[in-house]
Design a protein around this ligand. Structure first.
Ligand SMILES: Cc1cc2nc3c(=O)[nH]c(=O)nc-3n(C[C@H](O)[C@H](O)[C@H](O)COP(=O)(O)O)c2cc1C
Length: 336
């Protein structure tokens, strides 16, 4: 097997933490990161993560068991903090002894990190600011993912390159930090590793892998798209703080604007609670992504994709994608 000594050396703390051969995570992608893609990533030496998204505890139970049947290697589960059944989902992870759980979508609610640690899970968190990252790491989180606005799906306002400069010098020596957002080639992985990251997380680059169950039309849309087609959604109403989502421009982009208007009107007329309003928006996204990624309705569904989509030009097995990224990283480090 090909080895990548310089890259592996810089990833060592990350691979020790994940228990994988390479510290390359495939970030959870709702509907797409299910047993087939997750097991393929882990079997290829990366680290797959099941996207729980809006799944019920029963569905998550089946997905974890299904993934275990396809790989003996470690993988993680991504839970959304605002899921109304978060603690039941944590119990499902406990039942299966899931080794790594990522808490995404907001500040982990009280008791959630503790509940995960109680059964020995390693907890991965996301943090939009350095202060919050420090707080989460102090209160028991084991690793941090910083994710810039180049990424596909829900995004923050700051680019990966700026987050990396803010977070890595401050945290990388003492803590495990993975970098996500906009990574399409290994040269960039080499750069973040040199800055102290212990690994990286990619989504867009893996969404159209051969093993991904995404609909062929969804994959075609990715192969045709350029960076500038992956646009962030716009907030319509200042009272309704929706988290922006980066996706390929289509009719669904306009429908989201209409959906926001509808929910904002409900806030006015029916005294809808803000949390419920935000949940309605999140359910909209989950449904829209399913329509595009699973049903193949690429006109009206949501084609969540990051700016690295222009570097996704053909269907490739995940093992090949991982080897390409590692070879590019190794070549870059060898030129130094
Ligand atoms: C189609 C799609 C769906 C996603 N769904 C989720 C999700 O359900 N939960 C989550 O935490 N991140 C989600 N993400 C973000 C990825 O996990 C990952 O962090 C991101 O794609 C990395 O940036 P990149 O797209 O530039 O590679 C999604 C991304 C994409 C492209």
């Amino acid at each position: 097997m090909t080895s990548y000594p310089k890259t592996s050396n810089l990833m060592r703390r990350g691979t020790e933490f994940l228990g994988s051969e390479h510290a390359i995570l495939c970030g959870a992608m709702s509907w797409v990161s299910e047993r087939n893609l997750v097991s393929a990533i882990s079997n290829a030496g990366g680290f797959g993560v099941i996207a729980c998204g809006a799944m019920t505890p029963e569905l998550l139970d089946a997905e974890i068991a299904g993934t275990r049947a396809l790989t003996a290697r470690p993988f993680g589960v991504n839970l959304i903090t605002m899921h109304p059944m978060l603690f039941e989902l944590i119990e499902v992870c406990a039942k299966h002894g899931v080794s790594h759980v990522a808490l995404a979508g907001g500040i982990p609610p009280k008791g959630s990190v503790e509940a995960l640690k109680a059964f020995g899970a390693k907890v991965i968190v996301f943090a939009p600011t350095l202060a919050l990252a420090k707080k989460l790491l102090r209160s028991g989180a084991d690793a941090l993912v910083i994710e810039g606005m180049e990424a596909g799906g829900h995004i923050g306002p700051v680019s990966t390159s700026v987050l990396a400069q803010e977070f890595l010098p401050a945290l990388a020596e003492e803590h495990l930090v993975f970098v996500a957002g906009g990574i399409g080639r290994g040269e960039l992985i080499a750069g973040y590793l040199e800055m102290g990251a212990v690994g990286v997380q990619l989504g867009t680059r893996f969404a159209c892998a051969t093993e991904s169950i995404a609909h062929p039309k969804f994959k075609q849309a990715f192969f045709r798209a350029n960076a500038r087609d992956a646009v962030a959604s716009v907030q319509l109403d200042p009272r309704l703080p929706v988290i922006p989502v980066r996706a390929l421009k289509n009719k669904g982009t306009e429908e989201f604007t209409a959906k926001q208007r509808e929910v904002a009107n409900l806030l006015d007329s029916e005294g809808l609670e803000m949390l419920e309003a935000q949940l309605q928006i999140e359910r909209y996204w989950a449904g829209a992504l399913r329509r595009a990624a699973i049903d193949g309705d690429v006109e009206n569904g949501s084609l969540m994709a990051g700016q690295s989509v222009g570097m996704v030009t053909e269907e490739e097995p995940v093992a090949q994608i991982i080897q390409t990224l590692l070879a590019e990283s190794e070549a870059a480090l060898s030129r130094r």
